[in-house]
Design a protein around this ligand. Sequence first.
Ligand SMILES: Cc1cc2nc3c(=O)[nH]c(=O)nc-3n(C[C@H](O)[C@H](O)[C@H](O)COP(=O)(O)OP(=O)(O)OC[C@H]3O[C@@H](n4cnc5c(N)ncnc54)[C@H](O)[C@@H]3O)c2cc1C
Ligand code: FES
Ligand code: FES
Length: 483
Amino acid sequence: MINENSTIQFLLNDKQVSINYNQVNNFSPTTTVLQYLRNLPQTKGTKEGCAEGDCGACSVVIVSLNVENKLEYKAYDSCLLFLPMLHGKQLITVEYLKSKNELHAVQQAMVDTDGSQCGFCTPGFIMSLFALYKNSKNPSREEIDDALTGNLCRCTGYRPIIDAAIKSCSNHRQDHISENEFEVIEQLQKINQLKETNSFFTATQKYHKPHALADALKLKFSFPQALVVSGATDVALRVTKKHELLTEIIDISGVEELKNRIEENDRIYFGAGLNLEDVRLKTENSLPALHKMLNVFGSRQIRNRGTLGGNVANASPIGDMPPVLMAHNASVILESIYGKRELKLTEFITGYRTTQLKPTEIITGIKIPKPDKNIILQSYKISKRKDLDISTVSAGFSLQLNNESIVVDIKMYYGGMAATTKEPLQTKQFLIGKKWERKTIEEAMQLIDQEFTPISDARSGAEARKIMARNLLLKFWTETKIK
Ligand SMILES: Cc1cc2nc3c(=O)[nH]c(=O)nc-3n(C[C@H](O)[C@H](O)[C@H](O)COP(=O)(O)OP(=O)(O)OC[C@H]3O[C@@H](n4cnc5c(N)ncnc54)[C@H](O)[C@@H]3O)c2cc1C
Ligand code: FES
Ligand code: FES
């Protein structure tokens, strides 16, 4: 038996808000936070640009209590968040930054550096800058660029906005938002005490938001056809762009048990619900090839929300995680009320957007073996732009050589070259036992060409994709050859 509650509670700036879905008719469970804010008279500072996570005009900051009961401030695209995802959080909008008659330091810096022209993008930039201000006292230029990757401006050319980031963050002082933290912590603790599943039923939709894994698994058993939603960075587009009515949803974004990272002797376990930015921050030293791929994954707002589980479940041929995870020989943990099973990611993904996930199962984690010292791992992503772009071709490589530079084992997983992440098996067989030298690589490049028949689409022609695949192997060799 699951205890259910039809009300969500959150803080909108400093006001507590309760929405009982049994009593409202102006919102559906898949109303986005952006649509909600644009319908309130006092929060129209948040703008809609693209409604698909690309422009950042809708950026807000969401404050969550972490396991140490401290507040974490993160920027999100409000166009990709469903309203129930705010339960137990504080939503900060641009209107809350000013205190009495004083602009917030990031706002004042934007004024001082002429960081705003037409102003449409400005509230979104302000919120990304505010999240940076809260998290970093003296950010490097790299950190600033990354924090602003998810925000587009058509007028300023970015330099004044970067100057505003440097000016405000290096001159850090207490803001009025920090002064209220004690009350916010108390209010959020109170809301989060109740671990009841939030369940909302309208005439056309059922939306369940469990807070315990056991409840999530029971719900998936009772409603096997329900769509699991985690970060919603893919699912929300079905609502905002395709105008689909999602009739049955199990939102697992509130299940803390899915956000663990556990380091064992021989492998590292990541909960499927861990957001990609946390994974990025936790893999710099332990799994550098994965970290490198995450550095060019979407934007800060997308990574704050999107999850490892979501990327793997998608089984997209251009998803950035499968090639590098497969090169790492990663496994997927699947759970249902009947128990757990573990599958290699290479077996889990069966074809174009198809997997071995059963209707009653949820992905609960990803296990990555700790790389052996004599294995070299690398990842590559080629896209039209460096930042916030989907891959044209990507690759994850793993190489083991013996003392004579002979290939003992090699893995080469490519994205964007076939209907699913694919390894050129004949090329692999050809390379094993050969000397890791240019002559061998040039022969292998010919073979890769024969093994792939990619498509032409808006991102690239088929022939260009073949050239990219060949040259990525050459690049890998130039980076790993014994000098
Ligand atoms: C602007 C933008 C930029 C993007 N950039 C990139 C990029 O650079 N590279 C890239 O690879 N992708 C990118 N994406 C796609 C997306 O962010 C990723 O695929 C992300 O990892 C999805 O995770 P999620 O938690 O948001 O998934 P959701 O949207 O919540 O779900 C996606 C799918 O996975 C299923 N699912 C999610 N979690 C589970 C689970 N635990 N168990 C079972 N099924 C589950 C859902 O049912 C759904 O079918 C981008 C998306 C946007 C909007
Ligand atoms: S409106 Fe463009 S990212 Fe949300
Ligand atoms: S100031 Fe005009 S879009 Fe940025």
